[in-house]
Design a protein around this ligand. Structure first.
Ligand code: GDG
Length: 448
């Protein structure tokens, strides 16, 4: 059996390896269960630029998976990760070209780090390995490996959206980047829209490559177990007691401008303004762990959210009621599952999102007798699969307000009917089917 090589910017930390807390480690769990595997990426450590020729390689074997890491210098981390990946590609792929701050220097560092990854990985490759590269940090890795003579099958999966070519080409390096993608045996994206956009880019640049759709999901069975166990957890009960019978609205998102958080707060404010009967009678819990705190846009966003939450609480709060409970610390996963189950409605309103796993987790965590209502943005990759959610335009505060009112006054039978139609897709498209379908396509292309 061929060895599977996963390459991602970050390799999961040791605690994630024991009990994956989310994201890639969970999604890939099944793919990594069988046979021999190697997971290669950045260690998370930054070293002095002067030490670049003495970087340490990390190696750790956990059951059948070997974890192999390299360190990055401070300048590599800054140019490759902070500036080019998160300051240029991330906004652009989320249709926010105006937020991109491009520099040729950062672009060079991005390509250099991809070449560094390729050189380090090549040392460890065997002829029959199958390689699967994850996400936008590593677009050119396939080409860098081919340039070193690697002929193994190489797949690529993009977790975030891919914008229309007319927008993508505002990146000075766009055509070069697209050309490098020819190196991949299979090119995977989340949704039909992403595939259409990327394939149009390939046509416009006269490139022989085709993106295919592999929607990602969660591991719903294990999430249900966590949500059910969560009901008896002391901290979940603490939350329940603090509600004193009031309905709970929940939001869970990394602190990121793609998630539409200021717009969501404005939607909740419009709801309190237009439906005064809910004042003092609902609780909105927003869990927003800070991410990428070193990037300027993220610092500004945090300040904007702090201010907006403070303003709404000041304006509508009472001495015994706080309209928004806003937390910027991460919450342990088992508690999150229990919180979802308690919540009567979830606000998942990104301005643009590759898929959005929170929407699927919320549906999985519900109790079938008394399920909550999912309010979901049209612009989440998950929206086409989840049409029985209350779909909203996240830019329209009044539409969010109407959806909240509708969710909190919906009859139990309508909630059950909507949830009953949402649930099958969460079990049909899972982390397991995603990884299996991708690997099948990669193996198919290899033997074709
Ligand atoms: C990218 C794409 C795509 C959040 N807060 C806490 C916490 N989380 C967990 C959630 C969920 C995960 O993080 C977030 O996943 P999303 O899919 O919602 O969003 P991104 O992080 O932006 O992920 C996205 C995804 O890749 C997969 O391809 O769906 O579109 O942007 O699992 O539950 N987990 C814990 N505490 C928190 O406070 N434990």
């Amino acid at each position: 059996m061929a060895r599977l090589i996963i390459v991602s910017n970050r390799v999961p930390s040791s605690s994630d390896r024991q009990q994956p807390a989310g994201g890639l480690a969970v999604a890939l769990r099944d793919a990594l269960k069988q046979g021999e595997c190697l997971w290669f990426g950045w260690s998370g450590r930054q070293i002095d630029d002067a030490d670049k020729d003495n970087r340490k390689a990390g190696a750790e074997q956990v059951r059948n998976v070997a974890y192999s890491t390299i360190d990055l210098t401070h300048s590599e981390f800054d140019g490759f990760y902070q500036k080019y990946s998160n300051g240029i590609l991330w906004p652009l792929c989320h249709y926010r070209a105006g937020l991109m701050s491009y520099s040729r220097k950062d672009q060079e560092v991005y390509w250099e780090v991809n070449q560094l990854f390729a050189r380090e990985l090549k040392k460890q490759l065997r002829p029959d390995d199958i390689i699967w590269v994850q996400d936008y940090h590593l677009f050119p890795l396939g080409q860098a490996l081919r340039d070193l003579g690697v002929t193994n099958p190489i797949g690529f999966f993009l977790h975030i959206p891919f914008p229309p070519w007319s927008l993508m080409k505002s990146l000075p390096d766009a055509e070069h980047l697209m050309r490098s993608m020819q190196a991949y045996t299979v090119m995977g994206v989340q949704t039909e829209d992403d595939a259409r956009n990327m394939n149009d880019g390939f046509v416009q640049c006269n490139i022989a490559q085709k993106a295919q759709v592999f929607p990602i999901g969660i591991d719903p069975d294990s999430f249900v177990q966590q949500a059910e166990a969560g009901e008896h957890d002391f901290d979940v009960q603490r939350l329940q007691i603090s509600l004193r019978g009031r309905p709970l609205i929940i939001g869970v998102d990394r602190l990121d401008y793609s998630k539409g958080l200021p717009e969501r707060f404005h939607g909740y404010e419009a709801f309190l303004k237009r439906f005064p009967e809910h004042r003092g009678k609902v609780m909105y819990l927003q869990i927003t762990p800070v991410s990428r705190g070193n990037v300027e846009e993220y610092r500004l966003l945090k300040r904007q959210l702090d201010e907006t939450a403070g303003r709404i609480n000041g304006m509508y709060g009472d001495f015994d009621w706080t309209p928004i409970r806003y937390i910027t610390q991460p919450v342990p996963r088992h508690l999150l599952a229990g919180f979802y189950r308690l919540a009567d409605a979830a606000l998942v309103t990104p301005l643009r999102d590759g898929m959005n796993l929170v929407a699927k987790e919320y549906v999985a965590a519900q109790d079938e007798e008394d399920p909550g209502v999912l309010i979901l943005s049209h612009f989440a990759g998950a929206a086409p699969e989840m049409e029985d959610a209350l779909l909203v335009n996240p830019h329209d505060a009044d539409e969010i307000a109407d959806a909240l009112h509708k969710a909190l006054t919906m009859t139990q039978s309508e909630r059950q009917a909507r949830w009953g139609r949402l649930k099958p897709d969460v079990w049909r498209v899972t982390a397991q089917t995603w990884a299996r379908d991708f690997m099948t396509a990669l193996a198919g292309e290899t033997h074709a």
